[in-house]
Write a new protein. Structure first.
Length: 299
């Protein structure tokens, strides 16, 4: 069976940029997606090929290995370690007679080839790693929950811990591609794309928000109600609160990743809103207050 050429599958040159690879993948995935081609086995196989190609070429490290080793890229790390070890042994005098041909022997042993160039069925080969993106809202990852993903045609139920952040990558062992000869399965790497669908700003595990309060509440104090990610809370505004005063609500921020029950803080900044369209009576009262302040003796 001919070995797949991932560049040809995506229809891009070997010099393609990451953006060009992503664009080509998305275009082909829309055309061959199983939901749009129900019952079409050829489209289903093509979709799997496209995903496999994207999983390798969209990862810088995997792409570099593929460019050097071709379809045997998944075993490149093992070969490179063995090669480095052999070179080290040679420098230390462990094997005076180590020859260049020995590199080929090591390569063959790791990639499962016999001297004739055929693949040995006795050498376990790890399956390919899969890479996927999962797009979630910030409110989705406020609590730990389970979600079912479809990867490579298989449904996988995973637990998503509270506090996952945008761009974070987690590995799920053994949920990648199957080994061609009963070796270990590859791993699944999930990159989280988190959309902040709230009114809060997120910095680390802390949330922040600007809240408007009226002049009279700022001067005299009072209670306000605020909707947090954990539910509604009542806040007491102190008398004579100044504009841009910042207060902290401890433990009302974003959950800390894999630290059950631990949260960041919520910071509230008050914006004091001045009244507009004053009536004549209100203006008179403010003038009276102004005069009272002027008459107040300085201490």
């Amino acid at each position: 069976m001919p070995k797949p050429d991932y560049y040809k599958i995506l229809g891009v040159p070997r010099t393609a940029t990451e953006a060009e690879i992503k664009k080509a993948y998305r275009k082909l995935a829309r055309i061959h997606h199983p939901d749009l081609n129900k019952g079409d086995k050829s489209s289903e196989l093509k979709f799997q090929e496209i995903n496999e190609a994207n999983e390798v070429l969209s990862n810088k490290e995997n792409r570099a290995k593929y460019d050097q080793y071709g379809s045997d890229w998944a075993q490149a790390e093992a070969f490179e370690k063995a090669q480095a070890s052999a070179q080290s042994n040679r420098r230390s005098g462990f094997r005076e007679n180590f020859q260049t041909e020995d590199y080929s022997d090591i390569f063959d042993s790791f990639f499962g080839r016999t001297n004739s160039g055929s693949r040995s069925q006795n050498t376990p080969i790890k399956g390919r790693d899969f890479n996927a993106e999962l797009k979630l809202d910030l409110t989705d990852v406020y609590i730990t929950h389970k979600r079912t993903l479809t990867i490579g045609g298989n449904s996988i139920r995973i637990t998503i811990p509270a506090g996952v952040t945008n761009g974070q990558i987690i590995k799920i062992k053994g949920q990648g591609g199957k080994s061609p000869n009963n070796g270990p399965s590859g791993d699944l790497f999930i990159t989280f794309i988190i959309n902040n669908n709230t009114k809060y700003n997120l910095e680390g595990n802390n949330l922040s928000l600007e809240v408007d309060i009226g002049l009279y509440t700022a001067l005299l104090g009072g209670d306000i109600f605020l909707e947090t990610l954990a539910g509604k809370v009542k806040m007491k505004v102190l008398p004579e609160t100044q504009n841009k005063t910042k207060v902290k609500l401890s433990g009302k921020g974003f959950p800390k990743y894999k630290k059950e029950g631990q949260f960041g803080d919520l910071y509230i900044t008050y914006n004091v809103i001045l009244p507009t369209k004053l009536t004549n009576k209100e203006k008179e009262l403010f003038i009276e207050l102004q005069n009272i302040r002027k008459l107040k003796p300085k201490t």
